[in-house]
Design a protein around this ligand. Structure first.
Ligand code: ATP
Length: 254
């Protein structure tokens, strides 16, 4: 049984159909990419999975259990964690205190309990930003702030981690290190579903990829299958003739 099953989900905003009968599964312990052009419905799908958006129709199943109507905080307790495309850290707190807040909330903040400094250091070290622990979150480079978001999500010990454009703001070597970290998380049994525009990263780390276009899944498969898929090339490039289809660097550089 897949860990996550998005089952025939439709989301309409007035006359706009943001998600159109989307159907896909995510296997436990894998890294799965959800890709597609701007406006394809990726973030809306994330919102449906995490409970920020109620679908017009369709279901979300976690471990076979219908969670479509479950509130956000209960989904979090069941192991769904998330980072956002827009950075959400508390700017006036230090990097370490941002992680402390996430740990406190996850552990059931009582006003007496304080999360252990060792746990905070471990999480910051894990994502490679321990050197920024005492800096204000609004003063660190974007790449560091992205990794802070990941540390905060990991503080909730998620089983299923949803990452919305996690490499945005990271330079090439940071992106490479980030890919290695994702693989480590998956090898520990965590499941990662990520929306990402960096195709080199997606192709390097994903076990499976689902492609959304105009709210519908138009292709699913391994990175090699997706790279060779004409429909995907068309959705990204606007055309796909023989010569262009053979030139996969065009797809990879999008
Ligand atoms: N709250 C909303 N109200 C009205 N329309 C919305 C709302 N949220 C999203 N949309 C529309 O739904 C469609 C899908 O948007 P969504 O943000 O899910 O796409 P996306 O694939 O994540 O795009 P991007 O890659 O640019 O982040 C777009 O046409 C968008 O304008």
């Amino acid at each position: 049984m897949p860990l996550l099953h998005v089952d025939d989900v439709v989301v309409q905003f007035g006359g706009v159909t943001a998600v159109n009968h989307a159907q896909f599964e995510v296997e436990e312990g894998t890294i799965t990419g959800l890709i597609g052009p701007n406006g394809a419905g990726k973030t809306t799908c994330f919102n449906v999975i995490t409970g920020l958006q109620t679908p017009t129709s369709g279901k979300v199943l976690l471990d076979g259990r219908d969670i479509t109507r479950m509130p956000v905080h209960r989904r979090s307790r069941r192991g769904i964690g998330r980072t956002f495309q827009r950075l959400e850290a508390f700017g006036s707190l230090t990097v370490a205190d941002n992680v402390r807040t996430a740990l406190d909330i996850h552990d059931g903040f009582s006003g007496i309990f304080r999360s252990a400094n060792a746990d905070i250091e471990h999480l910051l070290d894990r994502v490679g930003i321990a050197g920024y622990a005492q800096e204000r979150a609004d003063s660190v480079p974007t790449g560091v702030a992205r990794l802070l978001e990941l540390a905060r999500a990991l503080a909730c010990d998620p089983r299923l981690l949803l990452l919305d454009e996690p490499s945005s703001g990271l330079d090439e070597s940071e992106t490479e290190a980030f890919g290695d970290l994702l693989k480590e998380l998956a090898s520990e049994g965590r499941t990662v579903l990520m929306v990402e525009h960096d195709m080199d990263l997606v192709m390097a780390v994903c076990d499976a990829i689902h492609v959304l276009d105009f709210g519908s899944i138009i292709a699913q498969g391994t990175p090699a299958e997706i790279r060779a898929n004409k429909l995907v090339q068309k959705a990204y490039l606007g055309y796909a003739d023989e010569a262009d289809a053979a030139d996969e660097t065009k797809v990879m550089s999008l």
